[in-house]
Design a protein around this ligand. Structure first.
Ligand code: UDP
Ligand code: MG
Length: 334
Protein backbone atom coordinates (compact mmCIF):
# COMPACT_ATOMS: atom_id res chain seq x y z
CA UNK A 1 0.00 0.00 0.00
CA UNK A 2 1.32 3.42 -1.00
CA UNK A 3 -0.02 6.55 0.65
CA UNK A 4 0.55 9.85 -1.19
CA UNK A 5 0.43 13.22 0.50
CA UNK A 6 -0.38 16.25 -1.65
CA UNK A 7 0.92 19.52 -0.28
CA UNK A 8 0.35 22.84 -2.09
CA UNK A 9 2.92 25.44 -1.03
CA UNK A 10 2.89 29.14 -1.72
CA UNK A 11 5.63 31.11 0.02
CA UNK A 12 5.98 28.58 2.82
CA UNK A 13 9.75 28.74 3.42
CA UNK A 14 9.13 29.42 7.12
CA UNK A 15 7.41 26.08 7.77
CA UNK A 16 8.38 23.70 5.01
CA UNK A 17 11.36 21.98 6.67
CA UNK A 18 9.49 21.63 9.97
CA UNK A 19 6.51 20.29 8.06
CA UNK A 20 8.57 17.63 6.31
CA UNK A 21 10.28 16.49 9.48
CA UNK A 22 7.00 16.34 11.38
CA UNK A 23 5.36 14.31 8.63
CA UNK A 24 8.21 11.84 8.38
CA UNK A 25 8.27 11.43 12.14
CA UNK A 26 4.51 11.01 12.38
CA UNK A 27 4.23 8.51 9.54
CA UNK A 28 7.23 6.37 10.52
CA UNK A 29 5.18 3.36 11.61
CA UNK A 30 2.02 3.87 9.64
CA UNK A 31 2.39 0.50 7.94
CA UNK A 32 2.31 1.87 4.38
CA UNK A 33 4.86 3.35 2.01
CA UNK A 34 4.65 7.11 1.85
CA UNK A 35 5.35 9.60 -0.92
CA UNK A 36 5.03 13.34 -0.46
CA UNK A 37 4.05 15.36 -3.52
CA UNK A 38 4.82 19.02 -2.99
CA UNK A 39 3.63 21.67 -5.39
CA UNK A 40 5.36 25.02 -5.40
CA UNK A 41 2.69 27.43 -6.57
CA UNK A 42 5.05 30.03 -8.01
CA UNK A 43 6.48 31.11 -4.67
CA UNK A 44 8.69 34.18 -4.60
CA UNK A 45 10.61 33.14 -1.48
CA UNK A 46 12.94 30.19 -0.83
CA UNK A 47 10.22 27.53 -1.10
CA UNK A 48 11.59 26.00 -4.32
CA UNK A 49 15.13 25.84 -2.93
CA UNK A 50 13.88 24.01 0.16
CA UNK A 51 11.87 21.61 -2.01
CA UNK A 52 14.94 20.81 -4.12
CA UNK A 53 16.89 20.06 -0.95
CA UNK A 54 14.11 17.89 0.47
CA UNK A 55 13.81 15.93 -2.77
CA UNK A 56 17.57 15.41 -2.92
CA UNK A 57 17.71 14.17 0.66
CA UNK A 58 14.53 12.12 0.81
CA UNK A 59 13.50 9.86 -2.07
CA UNK A 60 9.91 9.93 -0.78
CA UNK A 61 9.68 13.66 -1.54
CA UNK A 62 8.68 14.79 -5.05
CA UNK A 63 7.83 18.24 -6.25
CA UNK A 64 6.44 20.21 -9.15
CA UNK A 65 7.09 23.91 -9.41
CA UNK A 66 4.80 26.27 -11.35
CA UNK A 67 5.93 29.01 -13.70
CA UNK A 68 3.86 31.51 -11.67
CA UNK A 69 1.20 31.55 -8.96
CA UNK A 70 -1.82 29.64 -10.30
CA UNK A 71 -3.77 29.41 -7.05
CA UNK A 72 -4.39 26.62 -4.57
CA UNK A 73 -6.92 24.79 -6.74
CA UNK A 74 -4.41 24.39 -9.57
CA UNK A 75 -1.69 23.43 -7.10
CA UNK A 76 -3.87 20.69 -5.60
CA UNK A 77 -4.72 19.41 -9.07
CA UNK A 78 -1.04 19.19 -10.00
CA UNK A 79 -0.28 17.33 -6.78
CA UNK A 80 -3.14 14.90 -7.30
CA UNK A 81 -1.98 14.21 -10.85
CA UNK A 82 1.52 13.59 -9.63
CA UNK A 83 0.41 11.21 -6.87
CA UNK A 84 0.77 7.51 -7.62
CA UNK A 85 -0.54 6.15 -4.32
CA UNK A 86 -3.47 3.84 -3.59
CA UNK A 87 -4.84 6.65 -1.44
CA UNK A 88 -3.99 10.35 -1.18
CA UNK A 89 -4.21 12.82 1.66
CA UNK A 90 -4.42 16.50 0.75
CA UNK A 91 -3.01 18.82 3.38
CA UNK A 92 -1.73 22.37 3.86
CA UNK A 93 1.94 23.04 4.39
CA UNK A 94 1.41 25.29 7.40
CA UNK A 95 0.75 22.45 9.92
CA UNK A 96 -2.82 23.66 10.43
CA UNK A 97 -3.85 20.19 9.35
CA UNK A 98 -2.53 18.01 12.18
CA UNK A 99 -0.39 15.17 10.72
CA UNK A 100 -1.21 12.99 13.74
CA UNK A 101 -4.70 12.53 12.26
CA UNK A 102 -3.37 10.73 9.18
CA UNK A 103 -3.09 7.25 10.78
CA UNK A 104 -6.71 7.57 11.84
CA UNK A 105 -7.73 8.59 8.33
CA UNK A 106 -5.90 5.63 6.86
CA UNK A 107 -7.58 3.37 9.37
CA UNK A 108 -11.02 4.58 8.34
CA UNK A 109 -10.07 4.21 4.68
CA UNK A 110 -9.02 0.60 5.22
CA UNK A 111 -12.43 0.00 6.77
CA UNK A 112 -13.86 0.77 3.34
CA UNK A 113 -14.46 4.52 3.11
CA UNK A 114 -13.50 6.27 -0.12
CA UNK A 115 -13.39 9.75 1.36
CA UNK A 116 -12.27 10.41 4.89
CA UNK A 117 -12.96 14.02 5.73
CA UNK A 118 -11.52 15.91 8.66
CA UNK A 119 -13.74 18.73 9.80
CA UNK A 120 -12.25 21.52 11.84
CA UNK A 121 -13.97 23.32 14.68
CA UNK A 122 -14.10 27.11 14.40
CA UNK A 123 -12.17 27.62 17.62
CA UNK A 124 -9.73 30.52 17.51
CA UNK A 125 -11.28 32.03 14.39
CA UNK A 126 -12.28 35.66 14.47
CA UNK A 127 -15.90 35.79 15.61
CA UNK A 128 -17.01 37.98 12.69
CA UNK A 129 -15.37 35.69 10.18
CA UNK A 130 -16.95 32.52 11.55
CA UNK A 131 -20.34 34.28 11.55
CA UNK A 132 -19.83 35.21 7.90
CA UNK A 133 -18.81 31.70 6.92
CA UNK A 134 -21.66 29.97 8.71
CA UNK A 135 -24.20 32.32 7.08
CA UNK A 136 -22.51 31.67 3.75
CA UNK A 137 -22.86 27.90 4.13
CA UNK A 138 -26.54 28.28 4.94
CA UNK A 139 -27.04 30.32 1.78
CA UNK A 140 -24.98 28.03 -0.41
CA UNK A 141 -26.73 24.89 0.75
CA UNK A 142 -30.07 26.35 -0.11
CA UNK A 143 -28.90 27.30 -3.59
CA UNK A 144 -26.46 24.81 -4.99
CA UNK A 145 -27.04 21.18 -5.86
CA UNK A 146 -24.17 19.75 -3.84
CA UNK A 147 -23.97 19.84 -0.07
CA UNK A 148 -21.17 21.82 1.53
CA UNK A 149 -20.41 21.45 5.21
CA UNK A 150 -19.11 24.30 7.35
CA UNK A 151 -15.56 23.68 8.55
CA UNK A 152 -14.86 21.03 5.95
CA UNK A 153 -11.96 21.93 3.70
CA UNK A 154 -9.36 20.21 1.62
CA UNK A 155 -7.87 18.16 4.46
CA UNK A 156 -9.08 14.70 3.53
CA UNK A 157 -8.11 11.27 2.34
CA UNK A 158 -9.28 10.07 -1.07
CA UNK A 159 -9.16 6.50 -2.31
CA UNK A 160 -7.74 5.86 -5.79
CA UNK A 161 -11.31 5.45 -7.03
CA UNK A 162 -12.41 8.84 -5.66
CA UNK A 163 -9.19 10.45 -6.88
CA UNK A 164 -9.64 9.19 -10.44
CA UNK A 165 -13.21 10.48 -10.39
CA UNK A 166 -11.94 13.88 -9.26
CA UNK A 167 -9.25 13.95 -11.94
CA UNK A 168 -11.76 13.07 -14.63
CA UNK A 169 -13.38 16.46 -14.11
CA UNK A 170 -11.30 18.80 -16.22
CA UNK A 171 -13.20 22.06 -15.70
CA UNK A 172 -11.14 25.21 -15.61
CA UNK A 173 -13.06 26.87 -12.77
CA UNK A 174 -12.38 24.36 -10.06
CA UNK A 175 -14.24 24.65 -6.80
CA UNK A 176 -12.90 21.60 -4.99
CA UNK A 177 -15.27 21.69 -2.06
CA UNK A 178 -18.13 21.26 -4.51
CA UNK A 179 -16.30 18.64 -6.59
CA UNK A 180 -15.59 16.42 -3.57
CA UNK A 181 -19.24 16.46 -2.71
CA UNK A 182 -20.33 15.99 -6.33
CA UNK A 183 -18.39 12.73 -6.84
CA UNK A 184 -20.09 11.19 -3.82
CA UNK A 185 -18.80 7.72 -2.82
CA UNK A 186 -18.77 6.42 0.69
CA UNK A 187 -17.65 9.31 2.89
CA UNK A 188 -17.01 9.57 6.58
CA UNK A 189 -16.44 12.72 8.60
CA UNK A 190 -14.70 13.34 11.89
CA UNK A 191 -13.98 16.51 13.79
CA UNK A 192 -10.68 17.91 15.05
CA UNK A 193 -9.76 20.95 17.05
CA UNK A 194 -8.81 23.96 14.97
CA UNK A 195 -5.11 24.83 14.96
CA UNK A 196 -3.97 28.39 14.37
CA UNK A 197 -1.09 29.10 11.99
CA UNK A 198 2.18 29.64 13.83
CA UNK A 199 4.68 30.39 11.09
CA UNK A 200 4.35 32.36 7.88
CA UNK A 201 1.07 34.04 7.13
CA UNK A 202 -2.26 33.27 5.57
CA UNK A 203 -2.56 33.76 1.80
CA UNK A 204 -6.26 34.54 1.94
CA UNK A 205 -7.14 38.19 1.96
CA UNK A 206 -10.76 39.17 2.52
CA UNK A 207 -11.18 39.92 -1.18
CA UNK A 208 -9.83 36.49 -2.18
CA UNK A 209 -12.25 34.83 0.23
CA UNK A 210 -15.13 36.82 -1.23
CA UNK A 211 -14.24 35.69 -4.76
CA UNK A 212 -13.95 32.12 -3.56
CA UNK A 213 -17.39 32.38 -1.96
CA UNK A 214 -18.85 33.61 -5.26
CA UNK A 215 -17.19 30.73 -7.12
CA UNK A 216 -18.93 28.33 -4.78
CA UNK A 217 -22.30 29.87 -5.46
CA UNK A 218 -21.92 29.96 -9.22
CA UNK A 219 -19.91 26.84 -10.01
CA UNK A 220 -22.54 24.25 -9.45
CA UNK A 221 -25.74 25.24 -11.20
CA UNK A 222 -27.52 27.98 -13.04
CA UNK A 223 -30.09 28.64 -10.37
CA UNK A 224 -28.96 32.27 -9.88
CA UNK A 225 -29.78 32.88 -13.56
CA UNK A 226 -33.22 31.36 -13.00
CA UNK A 227 -33.78 33.67 -10.06
CA UNK A 228 -32.85 36.58 -12.30
CA UNK A 229 -35.39 35.53 -14.90
CA UNK A 230 -38.24 35.06 -12.40
CA UNK A 231 -37.44 38.30 -10.67
CA UNK A 232 -37.36 40.16 -13.97
CA UNK A 233 -40.69 38.66 -15.06
CA UNK A 234 -42.30 39.55 -11.74
CA UNK A 235 -41.10 43.13 -11.96
CA UNK A 236 -42.30 43.49 -15.54
CA UNK A 237 -45.76 42.24 -14.54
CA UNK A 238 -45.86 44.67 -11.62
CA UNK A 239 -44.84 47.61 -13.77
CA UNK A 240 -47.47 46.67 -16.36
CA UNK A 241 -50.17 46.72 -13.68
CA UNK A 242 -48.86 50.01 -12.33
CA UNK A 243 -48.84 51.58 -15.81
CA UNK A 244 -52.40 50.44 -16.36
CA UNK A 245 -53.47 52.02 -13.08
CA UNK A 246 -51.73 55.29 -14.05
CA UNK A 247 -53.37 55.33 -17.49
CA UNK A 248 -56.74 54.59 -15.88
CA UNK A 249 -56.27 57.45 -13.42
CA UNK A 250 -55.20 59.80 -16.22
CA UNK A 251 -58.34 58.96 -18.17
CA UNK A 252 -60.59 59.51 -15.15
CA UNK A 253 -58.88 62.49 -13.46
CA UNK A 254 -56.87 64.09 -16.26
CA UNK A 255 -53.05 64.32 -16.36
CA UNK A 256 -51.28 65.26 -13.13
CA UNK A 257 -47.64 66.29 -12.66
CA UNK A 258 -46.65 64.66 -9.37
CA UNK A 259 -44.90 61.34 -9.66
CA UNK A 260 -41.32 62.56 -9.79
CA UNK A 261 -40.36 60.32 -6.85
CA UNK A 262 -42.01 57.33 -8.40
CA UNK A 263 -40.10 57.82 -11.60
CA UNK A 264 -36.76 58.28 -9.93
CA UNK A 265 -37.38 55.28 -7.69
CA UNK A 266 -38.39 53.12 -10.62
CA UNK A 267 -35.47 54.21 -12.80
CA UNK A 268 -32.82 53.72 -10.16
CA UNK A 269 -34.35 50.56 -8.75
CA UNK A 270 -34.69 48.92 -12.12
CA UNK A 271 -31.30 50.21 -13.22
CA UNK A 272 -29.68 48.55 -10.22
CA UNK A 273 -31.56 45.37 -10.80
CA UNK A 274 -30.55 45.26 -14.44
CA UNK A 275 -26.93 45.80 -13.58
CA UNK A 276 -27.06 42.93 -11.09
CA UNK A 277 -28.65 40.59 -13.58
CA UNK A 278 -26.24 41.62 -16.32
CA UNK A 279 -23.35 40.97 -13.97
CA UNK A 280 -24.76 37.57 -13.20
CA UNK A 281 -25.15 36.66 -16.85
CA UNK A 282 -21.70 38.05 -17.53
CA UNK A 283 -20.33 35.84 -14.82
CA UNK A 284 -21.61 32.72 -16.56
CA UNK A 285 -20.45 33.91 -19.96
CA UNK A 286 -17.04 34.56 -18.45
CA UNK A 287 -16.97 30.98 -17.26
CA UNK A 288 -17.93 29.67 -20.70
CA UNK A 289 -15.18 31.85 -22.14
CA UNK A 290 -12.57 30.31 -19.87
CA UNK A 291 -13.79 26.77 -20.43
CA UNK A 292 -13.82 27.06 -24.22
CA UNK A 293 -10.26 28.34 -24.29
CA UNK A 294 -9.30 24.97 -22.88
CA UNK A 295 -6.07 26.22 -21.42
CA UNK A 296 -3.93 24.08 -19.13
CA UNK A 297 -4.64 24.54 -15.44
CA UNK A 298 -1.00 25.29 -14.71
CA UNK A 299 2.45 25.37 -16.29
CA UNK A 300 5.38 23.54 -14.79
CA UNK A 301 8.76 25.23 -14.60
CA UNK A 302 10.65 22.49 -12.84
CA UNK A 303 9.93 19.15 -11.21
CA UNK A 304 11.66 16.17 -9.65
CA UNK A 305 11.41 14.45 -13.01
CA UNK A 306 14.04 16.87 -14.40
CA UNK A 307 16.47 15.96 -11.67
CA UNK A 308 16.14 12.22 -11.96
CA UNK A 309 19.36 10.68 -13.31
CA UNK A 310 18.59 8.78 -16.53
CA UNK A 311 19.15 5.02 -16.21
CA UNK A 312 22.08 4.00 -18.45
CA UNK A 313 20.90 1.77 -21.27
CA UNK A 314 22.53 -1.64 -21.42
CA UNK A 315 23.51 -3.11 -24.77
CA UNK A 316 20.81 -5.79 -24.39
CA UNK A 317 18.07 -3.20 -23.80
CA UNK A 318 19.15 -1.24 -26.86
CA UNK A 319 19.16 -4.27 -29.15
CA UNK A 320 15.73 -5.41 -27.94
CA UNK A 321 14.39 -1.96 -28.68
CA UNK A 322 15.89 -2.00 -32.17
CA UNK A 323 14.41 -5.39 -32.95
CA UNK A 324 10.97 -4.43 -31.79
CA UNK A 325 11.19 -1.23 -33.81
CA UNK A 326 11.94 -3.32 -36.90
CA UNK A 327 9.06 -5.65 -36.17
CA UNK A 328 6.58 -2.81 -35.76
CA UNK A 329 7.62 -0.02 -38.11
CA UNK A 330 6.03 3.29 -37.25
CA UNK A 331 2.43 3.58 -38.30
CA UNK A 332 2.25 0.06 -39.77
CA UNK A 333 -1.11 -1.39 -38.96
CA UNK A 334 -1.42 0.56 -35.72
N1 UDP B 1 -1.66 28.05 -1.20
C1 UDP B 1 -1.28 27.80 -2.52
N2 UDP B 1 -1.50 28.78 -3.46
C2 UDP B 1 -2.11 29.97 -3.17
C3 UDP B 1 -2.51 30.18 -1.83
C4 UDP B 1 -2.28 29.20 -0.89
O1 UDP B 1 -0.74 26.75 -2.83
O2 UDP B 1 -2.26 30.80 -4.06
C5 UDP B 1 -1.41 26.99 -0.18
C6 UDP B 1 -0.64 27.47 1.03
O3 UDP B 1 0.75 27.38 0.83
C7 UDP B 1 -1.10 26.51 2.11
C8 UDP B 1 -2.54 26.23 1.71
O4 UDP B 1 -2.65 26.58 0.33
O5 UDP B 1 -0.37 25.29 2.11
C9 UDP B 1 -3.53 27.01 2.55
O6 UDP B 1 -3.20 28.37 2.55
P1 UDP B 1 -3.29 29.28 3.86
O7 UDP B 1 -2.71 28.56 5.03
O8 UDP B 1 -2.69 30.59 3.52
O9 UDP B 1 -4.86 29.40 4.02
P2 UDP B 1 -5.69 29.41 5.39
O10 UDP B 1 -5.23 28.24 6.21
O11 UDP B 1 -5.41 30.70 6.03
O12 UDP B 1 -7.12 29.25 4.94
MG1 MG C 1 -3.46 27.83 6.77
Amino acid sequence: MLLSLVVPCFNEEAVLSTFHETIREELKDIGADVEICYVDDGSSDGTLRILRELAAKDPAAKFVSFSRNFGKEAAMLAGLEQATGDAVVIMDADLQHPPELIPRMLDLHLKGHDQVIARRSREGDKRFRSFLSSSYYKLVNRWVDVELVDGVGDFRLLSRKALDALLSMREYNRFSKGLYSWIGYDSVLFEYKNVTRELGQTKWSFGKLLNYALDGLISFNNRPLRVAIYFGLMLSALSLVYTMILVGMAIVQGVQTPGYITIIAAVTGLGGLQMTMLGLIGEYIGRIYYETKNRPHYLVRESTEDHRVPVPQTAAAVSIRETSADMFPRGAGR
